[in-house]
Write a protein that binds this ligand. Sequence first.
Ligand SMILES: Nc1nc2c(c(=O)[nH]1)N[C@H]1C(S)=C(S)[C@@H](COP(=O)(O)O)O[C@H]1N2
Ligand SMILES: [Mo]
Length: 261
Amino acid sequence: MGRLRNLLIPGVDKTLLVRDAVKTMPDLTRRRFISGGASLGALTLLTGCDVTDQFSAEEMLKQVSKFNDAVQAWMFNPDAMAPTFPESAITKPFPFNGYYSLDEAPEIEAKDWKLEVRGLVENRKSWTLEELYKLPQVKQVTRHICVEGWSAIGSWTGTPLHDFLKIVGADMRAKYVWFQCADKDGYNSPLDMRSALHAQTQMSFKFADEILPRAYGFPMRIRVPTKLGFKSPKYVLSMEVTNDYKGGFWEDQGYNSFSGS
Ligand SMILES: Nc1nc2c(c(=O)[nH]1)N[C@H]1C(S)=C(S)[C@@H](COP(=O)(O)O)O[C@H]1N2
Ligand SMILES: [Mo]
């Protein structure tokens, strides 16, 4: 611990922190972490520590230096579960994030919106919001982690994507589910099928028990608590089950598409 403390500078230099964490990782983990992009967000995802001050930065390094079987399992197992939290841990106010400011976020009218389902599915129909609201929903309180270096805990309610893919007769052997969004300059994101089928991956219709507000992706967003925030597209217009890698807004700018770890 004393050694780690010396590695830190007041105010937390994030680049240094990631570098220090890498040094303390076991070999295999290190290799996987580096090939996954070695971001502060990934570190937050792995350790459950949110680095906003020197104290939690030290806590994070302590966690990394204690990396054990549980962390290895999380890093190497795509089915590992993201931690869940009590409602009292929810961050208020929960941040909005996009590549533009909130007043430029898509304004979608429920009655004009349909979710188009296409590609390798038996049933290529488009779904109205009313139809989607009839599907069974579950609530999850999880941490959302942005590559830009912040994280927040929120509560999302919706239909497990796994259930929906079953209902539409998706070819579960396909490689990706590719989402397209309503943002004015476009936003899309491919999700590997294993993560699309993960038990916690959700089509979310509510935030904090209320209909999803515009800021967080009305009328529907995908929520993937095992991945970094940019893999959770908001304002979704269509999903395509495909074997082709179609790229995504952040993925095309060099962010690792797996981005779970
Ligand atoms: N359509 C769309 N989805 C998006 C984004 C975006 O700009 N457009 N930003 C992503 C990023 S980087 C983050 S951190 C989260 C932010 O979600 P929030 O506004 O609910 O906090 O949405 C993700 N999904
Ligand atoms: Mo993000």
